[in-house]
Write a protein that binds this ligand. Structure first.
Ligand code: DAH
Length: 343
């Protein structure tokens, strides 16, 4: 009996020394010290011994019981202290937890940059709907019904006809649609940029995408003329690509401006010498612009005999592709983390 008691004691102490968490401690309590535990069972067995032995073993059993209970309480206390220490003083030498940061899409980065540039020049930034009426996207912008831009090939029309049986809702093909909305809402004078998403029914390839971004700009005031447009576009180019940037304007037809032009800037990479980025021309075509057509001012509720205006439009995808050397426009909408995480 004495041997059995000693074995039990040793086993208990051994297991107790291995305690690392409260669950293990509880399992030891259950196994040895509970009412049906091994120690109670042994105490129970004492009654079968002869008087002499029972007395001697009884004394020993009680001593061991007391010892084990004390040791158990000690271990429990230690474990609790460890826990308090662990929560109150973190181990500053442990490596930190890695936190995941999202990435701004390169289009957003370029959009932010343009917004900063234009707000610093006194422009407000405004918004317009992506689902647009035929009127705002085309008619009010002096695009006659026969104009090829209205062709079903280029525009995503929404499958709902108006009372006259015409499809008059579409996904806007250009942020220019917000020109009219801005004029109607804010009147003249007006200085605003409109960044936003546009859609065209394009067959996609490395340079064409059905969903893309533009930033539109509109300045309306008294006596806005072509010299204003030229110097303004020069300043924009220098702010975008550096102070030595030169600009050239080439005539281009846009129905909502007269005259209309493209502004091209000396290539920021080769500084005009000719390289792969500018296709060895030395120039980058960046922005469409012009003086607002009187019909467009009229549609916006502004008297063209009193006010005139200039308008311009950037393709954000193209700007981002140039800036970050991206060779496929489809990457912007690809959701490919290998692409996005580089920015
Ligand atoms: N909306 C034109 C496009 O999508 C870009 C543009 C050209 C905007 C000339 C303008 C402008 O405001 O004056 O191609």
């Amino acid at each position: 009996m004495k041997d059995k008691l000693n074995n039990l004691r040793n086993k208990f102490l051994q297991e107790l020394s291995e305690v690392k968490d409260i669950n293990y401690l509880r399992s030891i309590e259950l196994k040895y010290l509970s009412r049906k535990g091994e120690l109670s069972e042994m105490l129970h067995e004492l009654k079968d011994l002869g008087d002499d032995l029972r007395q001697e073993a009884g004394i020993m059993a009680n001593r061991i019981k007391k010892e084990l209970q004390e040791k158990f309480l000690e271990a429990e206390k230690l474990l609790n202290e460890d826990k308090v220490q662990a929560t109150s003083s973190p181990d500053v030498t442990l490596p930190g937890e890695k936190s995941f940061h999202g990435h701004l899409n390169p289009i957003t980065l370029v959009q932010n940059e343009l917004e900063d540039l234009f707000t610093s020049l006194g422009f407000s930034v405004i918004d317009g709907p992506e689902l647009e009426s035929d009127y705002y996207n085309f008619t009010a912008l002096n695009v006659p019904p026969s104009h090829p831009a209205r062709d079903m090939q280029d525009t995503f029309y929404v499958d709902s006809k108006n009372k006259e049986g015409q499809f008059d809702l579409l996904m806007r093909t250009q942020t220019s649609s917000v020109q009219i909305r801005a004029m109607q809402k804010y009147g003249a004078p007006l200085k605003a940029v409109i960044p936003g998403r546009c859609f065209r029914n394009e067959a996609t390839d490395a340079r064409h995408e059905h969903t893309f971004y533009q930033v539109e700009g509109l300045v309306i005031d008294k006596d806005i003329n072509f010299s204003n447009l030229k110097s303004f576009l020069e300043i924009v180019g220098q702010r975008l690509f550096g102070p030595n940037t030169k600009m050239r304007m080439r005539p281009k037809f846009f129905p909502f401006v007269e005259p209309g032009n493209n502004a091209e800037y000396t290539c920021f990479l080769c500084r005009g010498k000719g390289c792969r980025v500018c296709k060895y021309t030395g120039w980058l075509e960046i922005v469409g612009a012009g003086l607002v057509h009187p019909e467009v001012l009229r549609a916006g509720g502004i008297d063209p005999d009193v006010y005139s205006g200039l308008a311009f439009g950037f393709g954000l995808n193209r700007l981002a592709m140039l800036k970050y050397n991206i060779n496929d426009v489809r990457l912007f909408n690809s959701n490919d983390l290998k692409f996005l995480e580089q920015f």
